[in-house]
Design a protein around this ligand. Structure first.
Ligand SMILES: Nc1nc2c(ncn2[C@@H]2O[C@H](COP(=O)(O)OP(=O)(O)O)[C@@H](O)[C@H]2O)c(=O)[nH]1
Ligand SMILES: [Mg+2]
Length: 292
């Protein structure tokens, strides 16, 4: 029996479309997607199981130069996924400027096969696609280059086949029933965070963390409490909004997604809590799951 299994790292700059691609490859909405950079903060595994193979995709935060502790931890997740990788999918936005220095450096150090994905071709011209492919050929000379639209699913099948071809012979790493390494609680907090990224502007989403504090399965309802952590009182007021209007929106939209995800009726309660400077404090980062 020649069972294949391996880790596939999806990396790139913020907003390149990594999470959209991961969801499309896995065929499930594993990773939250918003128009804002740095939405993804963790390494999130999406596992595809078939009788003769197991592909473990890692969606990762966009590569940046870290400024505060949270970002350092985010970059350590990227590093971890590169170290484990049997195959690397490097996602680029076709309209990114030619300043991909940080990511390129990481890719030059790897001995794993790399495919460069020129993404969002639905927003570009054929001429530009050709130019970018030539650029990446010259800059990185990877195993393969694909012109893709993660959003429309264009060429995603070809990427999947590239991955399969480059997957080593190996027994499965995870139980063949597993779809991810994260808990239901994690996905619930991500769904709430996604709404915050979509509904608030400026520094608010980046100053926010969401912690599920209670998760109770009852016969026909799941009761969930979550804390929205911010860094300052002023941010707390913005999260709540006039007469609680904004937080109500967050709760309503998040609850709809969570009900769909859990396939059950959900009662969702949200609280806002201020923890000054949590993004730079090691003990809080650790307790929120940003271990380094
Ligand atoms: N037009 C277009 N937009 C895309 C495509 N892939 C992703 N996006 C959008 O780009 C934004 C960032 O996507 P996301 O997957 O969160 O990027 P990430 O930060 O790399 O994980 C979102 O608004 C997506 O809808 C694509 O192929 N075409
Ligand atoms: Mg992402």
């Amino acid at each position: 029996m020649s069972h294949k299994a391996g880790f596939v790292s999806i990396i790139g700059k913020p907003n390149a479309g990594k999470s959209t691609l991961m969801n499309s490859l896995v065929g499930e909405k594993m990773s939250i997607v918003t128009p804002k950079a740095q939405t993804t903060r963790h390494r999130i595994l999406g596992i595809v199981n078939e009788e003769d193979y197991q592909i473990i995709f890692s969606d990762t935060p966009g590569v940046i130069k870290p400024v505060y502790g949270l970002q350092e931890s985010m970059m350590s997740f990227v590093q971890g996924s590169l170290i484990d990788a049997d195959v690397i999918l490097f996602v680029t936005d076709i309209n990114e400027r030619y300043d991909e220095g940080d990511v390129i450096e990481k890719l030059r150090k790897t001995s794993s096969p790399v495919a460069v994905l020129v993404n969002k071709i639905d927003k570009s011209t054929e001429e530009n696609v050709k130019k970018k492919i030539a650029y990446w050929q010259e800059t990185l000379n990877p195993q393969a280059i694909f012109a893709v639209s993660a959003l429309l699913g264009h060429n995603v099948q070809a990427i999947f086949e590239f991955v399969l071809e480059n997957l080593p012979i190996h027994p499965p790493y995870y139980d063949k029933e597993e779809l991810t390494d994260k808990t239901e609680r994690f996905f619930v907090s991500e769904m709430i965070r996604e709404k915050i990224f979509k509904l608030y502007e400026k520094e608010i989403p980046y100053s926010t963390e969401v912690i599920v504090t209670s998760f109770k399965q009852e016969e026909d309802i799941v009761r969930i409490s979550a804390e929205i952590i911010v860094e300052r009182d002023s941010q707390k007021n913005i999260i709540i909004g006039k007469g609680g209007a904004m937080i109500k929106k967050v709760g309503t939209y998040a609850r709809e997604d969570i009900e769909e995800f859990l396939q059950k009726k959900v009662f969702l309660e949200l609280f806002v809590k201020v923890i000054a400077n949590w993004r730079s404090k090691k003990n809080y980062l650790k307790s929120f799951g940003y271990d380094q």
